[in-house]
Design a protein. Sequence first.
Length: 80
Amino acid sequence: MTKKVRTRSVAAALFLASTLVFAAPAAADDYRSDEAGNPLRIVAYILHPVGVVLDYVIFRPAHWLFSHEPLKTLVGHTDH
């Protein structure tokens, strides 16, 4: 067994072990009828997908663009 294959095998075993140790069952939120009919919740159900699309189509590309020189200096972008 070569060193490269052994390293990959160890990495795969560690990944599998960490996945099994830290995995938790997924569960949906409980349905609450007192919140589900709230008019603001209904608006949120409609607007949330719009916000996600705007985030991926406009805001993330704009952030990427303005986080590189020379625009980074021009707009005053700082790294966190």
